[in-house]
Ligand binder design. Structure first.
Ligand code: GLC
Length: 475
């Protein structure tokens, strides 16, 4: 079986969020299970030079983008046991940042079309194409429209994976022919609610749709979570499944992690975490106090991460408790400025760092005692699993993958602290329960060990994908 994994970002080449982690680690897990899995992504300007040096030029072709034809260079690079194809077109991809350009619609129409056009030039003919998120949503759409009846292509099965339903790729109808090259009589496939909606088109045309946790697969059938797509998904519920993501347990391993201050494992976490905490406190100019609970957050600062709840209570929480709080991330101005203000008001308790800084994020995972993730919705979430791996106890709202990976330790078995309703009062009560847990030193170290021993590797999930692919090929 051969699988082509299509993603707009993948570690280690280019990353802005969780998709890149998945595209960097799931294919490796497939290869370990002897599945021929390769990845294709755009060759962005930001791909580091040392990775460019390892790339080999394979071929070039000309790709139809509506009425234009555009150059596409195909490069290949091997990471671990996985081959990555990087698609080059400097007009579209030699720019700052991955997304957010005025012509993203055209850039990713080009990318999706190029993925299909390049196949006959490779020594790899996929049985399955797994396209991810709106940037690759046109892959199943174009496959269905232009390729499925072509002899060379026929028989390929397409899977579309939703990592976050909030970003659907919505554009004005006027782009349909001119930018996407979709003929008027086929426009209904991508048309929804008065716009072009690329994700809707992929849900209609892909042979199967997956999302990144079983709970999110149920949630998105409901308008509270679906950002308008629930009617479409309910009609096609038969093709929807949820498979929980795993994490890269090699990259994130406190016993080998070179980015943290001191390495540790299940036996040595007490001293290991203590030293990491002390060093982080020193670096961030926080009082070096081992005994206060340190809460960490590593997050994009956007509303669905539950920052409204944090904003409701943080001032009061810091005022009334002897704790420390470190947050790393960037995003919307309203949240960034809120955390700046908190830092001013609580200089010896809170530090806010802005940006996407992997090195610092590892240090926070290793140093913190608690990891807060009160998302309003969370398709899967990876940070809570990374926190577990580093023995940092997650406090999460039970939504999407957070509920699927974290269970409350109140029953003496779970690996974190959870709350249900999207309410700052409930979150606060949950945080205070965690403080009580932290105060009981003996119980806490049992919990930390249990957290570190939770298995969130790709094992189970990679097998679930493989099973899905195989069942599809039998049809
Ligand atoms: C998106 C989702 C996140 C998920 C990740 C990888 O970033 O918001 O919940 O873990 O994709 O699937």
């Amino acid at each position: 079986m051969k699988v082509l994994y299509v993603a707009s970002e993948a570690q280690p080449f280019a990353a802005s969020g969780g998709l890149a982690d998945v595209a960097g680690s799931l294919p490796q897990a497939m290869r370990q299970r002897l599945i021929g899995c390769r990845v294709v992504m755009p060759l962005y300007e930001s791909v580091p030079q040392e990775l460019r040096d390892q790339m080999q030029f394979i071929t070039s072709l000309s790709v139809p983008v509506a009425w234009r034809r555009q150059y596409c260079g195909v490069f290949e690079a091997k990471v671990g046991s996985v081959i990555y194809y990087l698609l080059d077109n400097q007009y579209y991809f030699k720019r700052k940042g991955l997304y957010g350009h005025y012509d993203d619609a055209e850039r990713f129409a080009f990318f999706s079309r190029a993925v299909l056009e390049m196949l006959p030039y490779l020594d790899f003919k996929p049985d399955i194409i797994n396209a991810n998120d709106w940037q690759a949503a046109l892959v199943p759409v174009y496959y269905d429209m232009f390729y499925s009846r072509n002899e060379w292509y026929s028989g390929i099965k397409t899977i579309f994976t939703i990592h976050n339903i909030q970003y659907q790729g919505k554009y004005g109808l006027e782009l349909s022919e001119d930018v996407f090259g979709i003929p008027r009589d086929q426009r209904h496939i991508v048309e929804y609610d008065g716009c072009i909606n690329l994700m809707k088109g992929a849900i209609e045309t892909a042979h199967r749709v997956t999302t990144v946790s079983p709970t999110y697969a149920r949630e998105i059938l409901d308008p509270w979570f679906s950002h308008g797509l629930d009617p479409i998904l309910r009609e096609r519920e038969w093709k929807l499944t949820g498979i929980l993501n795993g994490i890269d347990t090699e990259l994130y391993d406190p016993s080998t992690d070179g980015m943290i201050y001191r390495k540790y494992d299940c036996e040595t976490f007490a001293e290991g975490k203590a030293e990491n905490k002390r060093e982080l406190q020193r670096r961030l100019y926080l009082p070096e106090r081992p005994e206060v609970p340190l809460i960490g957050m590593v997050t994009r600062m956007v509303s669905h991460k539950g920052l409204d709840l944090v904003r409701d209570i943080l001032d009061d929480l810091l005022y009334n408790n002897d704790i420390q709080f470190v947050i790393l991330g960037s995003g919307d101005w309203e949240y960034e400025s809120f955390f700046r203000e908190m830092q001013e008001r609580h200089k010896d308790k809170l530090v806010a760092c802005f940006g996407y800084i992997p090195e610092l994020s590892h240090k926070i995972y290793a140093a913190a005692d608690l990891f807060l993730m009160p998302s309003k919705s969370e398709p899967c979430g990876l940070s809570q699993m990374l926190a577990l791996r580093y023995g940092t106890i997650p406090i999460v709202r039970e939504t999407g993958g957070l509920g699927d990976s974290i269970t409350d330790s109140g029953d003496g078995e779970g690996n974190g602290f959870t709350f249900k309703s999207y309410s700052s009062g409930d979150m606060r009560y949950c945080i205070e329960r965690a403080f009580m847990g932290f105060a009981d030193k003996e119980g806490w170290s049992i919990l930390v060990r249990r957290a570190m021993e939770s298995d969130n590797s790709w094992g189970k999930s990679a097998n679930a994908y493989i099973k899905l692919y195989k069942s599809l090929l039998k049809e």
